[in-house]
Design a protein around this ligand. Structure first.
Ligand SMILES: Cc1cc2nc3c(=O)[nH]c(=O)nc-3n(C[C@H](O)[C@H](O)[C@H](O)COP(=O)(O)OP(=O)(O)OC[C@H]3O[C@@H](n4cnc5c(N)ncnc54)[C@H](O)[C@@H]3O)c2cc1C
Length: 267
């Protein structure tokens, strides 16, 4: 690990000021991605700004049909939240499937969406549940937030303060996890809003994407037969899917269909 400075942040404004004033200054949330990257000398920040002391950035609120999860809320807290279990049980379930207990107790929703790992679970939920990423400056709808692999719409001095989700009529998440890390080789989140469906896929491509043909088919006829037919007629092309030691692009394309069917059956 290279040498770096460490500052425990007391206000969001002071974090923003330091981010703007010092090059290579970077936010630290749960450290589950950042610290291993630094240990491998793949990142060399001059200073870490630890958000861990900001209670303002922790907690979950439900207002009407919107669930708002503050950025420093851990995956374990989301998984155990009575509010989330009562409103969007599939989201609590997704959080409980992330990594292992150590990762869930440190990793945060803000860190996860900021990192935009192509195999992360949350992006599928943020997109399927019509989510919004709220920063200290603006609100960005999910599909404009996730741009590509490890690339988001965040600007240099922007800090995620919360992520909001629209409560669906029903929803479910199915993932094929990497057996070692539990990251999604492929994960599919389906949400229904009064008969209209949103289907988002993580793990398969560079960034989360929606299955529009499947959404239209389910919105017209929410049956397993209709789903199987549309998946057969519109197979996901493996041309732009991820290919690595864990799975070929062809296998990931196959998993998209299998996980979509499993998620639908779990609704
Ligand atoms: C062994 C292991 C297994 C894992 N398995 C899974 C899995 O199955 N599914 C899954 O989805 N994830 C998995 N993860 C990732 C983990 O869940 C964390 O969500 C992820 O590492 C980032 O969250 P963090 O809070 O640790 O962020 P950090 O590592 O602290 O930060 C990550 C990045 O986000 C930036 N950042 C952090 N907070 C903010 C903010 N509020 N505003 C703007 N930028 C911010 C940081 O500057 C940094 O660039 C795994 C990680 C490990 C180590």
């Amino acid at each position: 690990m290279y040498e770096f400075k460490y500052t425990k942040i007391e206000t969001i404004d002071s974090a923003e000021e330091m981010l703007s004033g010092e090059e290579e200054c970077i936010l630290l949330a749960g450290g589950m991605t950042l610290l291993p990257t630094m240990k491998q000398r793949l990142a060399q920040p001059s200073r870490l700004l630890d958000l861990g002391g900001l209670d303002k950035l922790k907690g979950i609120e439900v207002t009407g049909s919107v669930v708002s999860i503050k950025a420093m809320t851990t995956h374990a807290d989301v998984a155990a939240s009575e509010e989330v279990v009562a409103t969007i049980p599939a989201l609590a379930e997704l959080a409980g499937l992330i990594g292992d207990p150590q990762v869930r107790n440190r990793g945060t929703i803000g860190g996860s969406v900021a990192n935009a790992d192509p195999a992360a679970d949350y992006p599928a939920a943020v997109v399927a549940l019509d989510g919004v990423v709220v920063t200290n400056h603006r609100s960005v709808v999910a599909e404009e937030f996730f741009i590509d692999m490890f690339e988001t719409a965040l600007e240099g001095n922007e800090i995620i303060t919360s992520v909001t989700f629209k409560v669906p009529t029903r929803a479910a998440y199915a993932k094929f996890p990497n057996p070692a890390s539990r990251y999604a080789v492929v994960g599919v989140f389906i949400a229904e809003y009064d008969g209209q469906y949103r289907v988002a896929v993580t793990g398969a491509g560079g960034s989360v994407f929606r299955l529009q043909a499947v959404e239209e088919a389910l919105s017209a006829n929410a049956s397993l037969d209709a789903l199987r037919e549309v998946l057969k007629q519109n197979p996901v092309s493996d041309d732009e899917l991820n290919e690595d030691i864990h799975a070929s692009a062809e296998y990931r394309a196959h998993l998209v269909a299998v996980m979509t069917e499993r998620a639908f059956q779990a609704m």
